[in-house]
Design a protein around this ligand. Sequence first.
Ligand SMILES: Cc1cc2nc3c(=O)[nH]c(=O)nc-3n(C[C@H](O)[C@H](O)[C@H](O)COP(=O)(O)O)c2cc1C
Length: 161
Amino acid sequence: MFEEPSQFKKLVFKMKNIKEKPMFVKIPPYLNEKEREDRLELVDIGLKAGMEGITAINTVKVREPRLSTGYGGLSGKKIFKEMIKIVREIHLETNGKAIINACGGIFTGLDALEAFKAGATTIQLLTSFIYEGPGVINRINKQLLKLMHKHGYESLSEIKN
Ligand SMILES: Cc1cc2nc3c(=O)[nH]c(=O)nc-3n(C[C@H](O)[C@H](O)[C@H](O)COP(=O)(O)O)c2cc1C
């Protein structure tokens, strides 16, 4: 329902006045030009309404006849490339001003590095956490630190292009 820009606009402008905590707008992936324009409009509306940032992306809708609805949400490694592309596009469209929380198929420190390079400020993960448990955070942090050291990055903000 709130993927439709005019409905979404009503919601976020109401939230603007009553929210007490920082709020991020989470966007679904886009599969064609029309969806791309709609999603980028959601980003624009959200930021204009004073939302603190954007989380990209939600699961990718896939047909799955075994489910009663006929479709399901794909997460994990299969959506990583799409997530990176979308994070990069939002970063460019917002002239690097949006805080972007990258989410989708992040399993390793290298994945995290790619997300930061694409313009992410933070990363979030769920599927790798489901597979590996809380230890995944420590592993990704260690791998990321090693990569940052190797490439001469002293802070996360230095990674962003
Ligand atoms: C089991 C499961 C439940 C999810 N539930 C929600 C939800 O309630 N709300 C939401 O915004 N996203 C939900 N998601 C999407 C995730 O938050 C995330 O955007 C997506 O899975 C991509 O990240 P990942 O590949 O690290 O899992 C869910 C994903 C999974 C796998």
